[in-house]
Design a binder for this molecule. Sequence first.
Ligand code: COA
Ligand code: MG
Length: 293
Amino acid sequence: MRSLLFVPGDSERKLEKGFAAGADVVIVDLEDSVAAANKVAARATAADFISSRSRRTGSVIYVRVNDLSTGLTDDDLAALVPVKPDGIMLPKSNSGQDVQQLAAKLRVHEAESGLPDGGVKILPIITETAAGVLAAASYAGASARLTGLTWGAEDLSAAIGARAARDGNGRYTDVFRLARAMTILAAGAAEVAAIDTVFPDFRDMAGFEAECREAERDGFTGKMAIHPAQVPVINAAFSPSAEAVERSQAIVDAFAAAGNPGVVGIGGKMYDRPHLRLAERLLARAKAAKAPA
Ligand code: COA
Ligand code: MG
C-alpha cells in the first residue's frame, strides 16, 4: 500500500476516475466527503459501483465508513460488506477497542454474506480525537485484521480547538507533529504499515512531493491522496530506488556470506543487526511495490 486515493462514495463520475488513477488502494468514502443528506444514496452508489465495475481494475478497495459514534456504521457495513471490499477504514478511532468492536461487527456481516471469517481488513485513522492520540499504543495486538494505521489533522483540529495545524512556514505545529510521530511508533509497535495523512492543497505539487519524501524518510510506507494527480507522486516516492535496493541487497548478501554474524564490515563501515533489519524491510517494500496489493 503506497498510494491510497480517497473517492467520494456518492459521485459516480469520481468513482470512475478514481479507479483509473493507478492507486494501490482506492478508499471509497462514505464519511466526511459525503453530506448527511446523501449518506443513504452514497451507500447504494458505492455498493453498485464496487460490485459492477471495480473488479476490472487491479485496485485494492477499502471503504471508509462513518465512525462508531454516529449510529451509521452498521448500515454502512450492511450495504458494503456484501460487495466484498478488501478492507474498512475506521475514522475517529479512539483506541484498539474500537478496532475490536468493528472486527466483531465485521464478523457478523461476513457470516451473513457467506464470506470467510476475518477476510475484511481494518485500517483505522488514529489521531482524529484527542483520546485517540493518547491511546496510540493500544493498537498493538488489537486484531488480526489490522493492516495499518493512519492519521488525520483536520478532525483533530476541530476536536482540540486548534485554529491551524501548520505554522506560517507550512510546518505542522507540535500537537500535530506528535500525532504524526505517534502513528509511526504505534504502527511499529503493532507491526503494521504506517500511512501518512492527506495533503489538502492539491495544486501545490512541489510541496506535496517534499512532504512525500519526508514521510518516506521518517518511516511511513505509504500516503493517502485526495486527487488523482497525487497518486503517481506517491507511488514514485514510496517505491525504493534502484540504488537503495542495490545497497540493501549488498548488506543482506554480506551477512549471508559471512555466515549471518552479528556484525560485518562493508567498504570500511560497520553494519550490525539493525542495519540488516532495515535492509530486509526495504527489500520487502521494493518487492511489494512491483506487485502492489
Ligand atoms: N477521485 C476521483 N476523481 C477525482 C478526485 C478524486 N479524489 N478528485 C478530482 N477528481 C476528478 C474530478 O472530478 C475532475 O474530473 P472531471 O473534470 O471529469 O469532472 C478531475 O479529477 C480534475 O479535478 P479538479 O478539477 O482538479 O478538482 P475538483 O475541483 O473537481 O475537485 C476536490 C477537487 C477536492 C473536490 C476533489 O479532488 C475531491 O473530491 N477529492 C476527494 C475528497 C475526499 O474524498 N475527502 C475525504 C478524505 S480527506
Ligand atoms: Mg475527517
